[in-house]
Design a protein around this ligand. Structure first.
Ligand SMILES: Cc1cc2nc3c(=O)[nH]c(=O)nc-3n(C[C@H](O)[C@H](O)[C@H](O)COP(=O)(O)OP(=O)(O)OC[C@H]3O[C@@H](n4cnc5c(N)ncnc54)[C@H](O)[C@@H]3O)c2cc1C
Length: 495
């Protein structure tokens, strides 16, 4: 039996209810108060259930509070409508199916898209303010209080040809990153239910510095509670309806990352907190839950802003292009790391005139000719020269026949000197986190290998497998975490 040491990667076995002396009882236990756990706790308590929420830190927030705060919502939300953005559920679903690598009729995807307008309104009703204004620079958080951005390549090829583009990442009314504000709002809603329950609502008790350790199962294998520590004191809490694992992912369990998605251990900037230690995945598998999507990760390689930089050309260690440079930075990073061994360069001409990027990033090599530059970069002889000759010939007519970069960014790079930005994984900012987790259904019920629900157990947020199976799209983590968290709470109330 694995006990949960930091190098252990296997299942953490549950304890039998026969061996436990309960210290407390409730309908639902929610483990973790990030975005997903907060929504599960609010939703369950607002539906009339008694809830205990355990948060191992001194306060809730988790990775969600550190995040950019982009929440992927669409299909014609009130914010989109007020900003003059046209969108519909079908376009959203078509785009997400293509970008996430899901069948169009995937049940989680279909429910997410169909419920997106209502979920937006629920977040707004619970205090989230969003300014109905589009920030035109894709990907990153707006510098002002604009509330909408393109966040997954909707407006660039190939996706712009697949579905009508719309900005769908919604962000709280704050300058810059909105994750802290999102969590302020959700934790205020948790406190409201806890302190001033309305008629028909259940009780919500929040325990901080409270760490869940092991699940407890009955003779039939149903999850009936858990044991842990609150302020260092042992507790054993019975859950009449079920336990919701909302305890984050496994980005900071190095051995688990090495085992499943080793590329993530190569990046300079792993996204998460120490609490992303794989605990939820390991207790979930201990009671029969299946892990899926474990080899997948979000990998951001933010070259812009400024957008002007995508006039450059990205090449791999063979001096070959592999993507349209105006693609969403999550796709540039994913392909560079997963398909090109994290070996890439951004080639520009006249580097002195190229603006410095947001991270102070400058050309690391400058040479008079492409021949000299490819030698400096250690690329195969003739490789970069061939790539740039072909690129420049087409760019002279404003075309990019190979990767279809938007014409506004296609200019011949013929004026020396020529510069190269170092996009190798050891030197550039690659920001990554794994997307694997427990298999779940639309309501967050944990599923076993056969697709059957593990009785009494739910997983939401990064404890669960993401819908992102092939590519990522910024905003989907907070989107699916809050959405499925709510559904889990409601499903538990429905029995
Ligand atoms: C810099 C950065 C920017 C990002 N930007 C975006 C973005 O703009 N949009 C987007 O969609 N995603 C973004 N992400 C990813 C996103 O933030 C996470 O995937 C998401 O917040 C996970 O939410 P969660 O509720 O599952 O987990 P968390 O928010 O991490 O919450 C889990 C909670 O569980 C607690 N916990 C863990 N173990 C236990 C235990 N045993 N007992 C009790 N409590 C426990 C933790 O302390 C934590 O508070 C970003 C991430 C980072 C780091």
């Amino acid at each position: 039996m694995s006990s949960g040491g930091e190098h252990d990667t296997g299942p953490i076995q549950p304890i039998s209810a026969d061996e436990v002396d309960w210290t407390d009882e409730t309908d639902v236990i929610v483990v973790g108060l990030g975005c997903a756990g907060a929504c599960a706790a609010i939703s369950a308590a607002e539906s009339g259930l008694d809830v205990i929420a355990l948060e191992r830190m001194a306060a809730g927030g988790g990775t969600s509070a550190m995040s950019g705060g982009l929440i992927y919502l669409g299909g014609g939300t009130a914010t989109q409508v007020a900003a003059g953005v046209t969108d519909d559920v079908e376009s959203m679903q078509t785009f997400l199916a293509a970008v996430l690598g899901l069948p169009i009729d995937d049940p989680r995807l279909a429910a997410y898209c169909a419920g997106s307008v209502e979920h937006h309104d629920w977040l707004v009703d619970h205090g989230l303010e969003i300014v109905p204004e589009v920030w035109p620079e894709p990907g990153l958080e707006p510098p002002g209080e604009q509330g909408l951005v393109y966040s997954g390549g909707e407006d660039t090829l190939p996706f712009a040809a697949i579905a009508a583009p719309a900005p769908r990442a919604h962000i709280a009314k704050v300058p810059g990153a909105g994750g802290a504000r999102l969590m302020e709002v959700l934790l205020a809603a948790v406190r409201r239910v806890a302190d001033e329950p309305r008629p028909g609502e259940g009780t919500l008790r929040v325990r901080t510095s409270a760490r869940a350790d092991r699940l407890v199962v009955d003779g039939e294998g149903r999850v009936v509670g858990l044991v842990g520590r609150v302020d260092g004191e042992p507790v054993a809490i019975a859950a009449r309806r079920g336990v919701v694992l909302a305890a984050g992912g496994f980005a900071f369990h190095d051995a688990l990352v090495d085992q499943h998605v080793p590329q993530v251990n190569r990046v300079s900037f792993k996204l998460g907190t120490d609490a992303d230690d794989g605990w939820a995945l390991r207790v979930g598998t201990g009671v029969g839950g299946a892990l899926v999507n474990m080899a997948q990760a979000e990998v951001a390689l933010p070259i812009t802003p400024p957008r002007r930089l995508v006039q450059g050309v990205v090449v791999d260690g063979q001096g070959r292009r592999f993507i349209n440079e105006d693609a969403y930075y999550g796709h540039v990073g994913h392909r560079a790391l997963f398909e090109h061994d994290g070996h890439a360069f951004l080639i520009v001409d006249e580097p002195r005139h190229v603006p410095v990027n947001f991270a102070g990033f400058r050309a690391a090599w400058v040479c008079e000719t492409y021949e000299e530059l490819e030698a400096e970069l250690g690329l195969p002889t003739g490789s970069l020269t061939t790539t740039m000759t072909a690129y420049n010939a087409a760019a002279a007519d404003g075309h990019d026949p190979e990767f279809h970069k938007a014409p506004e960014f296609v200019v011949p790079l013929t004026e020396g000197p020529f510069g190269a930005y170092d996009l190798r994984v050891e030197h550039a900012i690659y920001a990554a986190f794994p997307l694997g987790g427990l298999a779940i259904d639309v309501d967050g019920r944990v599923l076993d290998d056969a697709g059957s629900a593990v009785p009494g157990l739910f997983a939401v947020g990064r404890s669960a497998s993401s819908m992102a199976r092939e590519w990522y799209c910024s905003g989907i983590s907070l989107g699916e975490g809050t959405f499925t968290g709510r559904r889990a709470g409601a499903a538990l109330a429905a029995g």
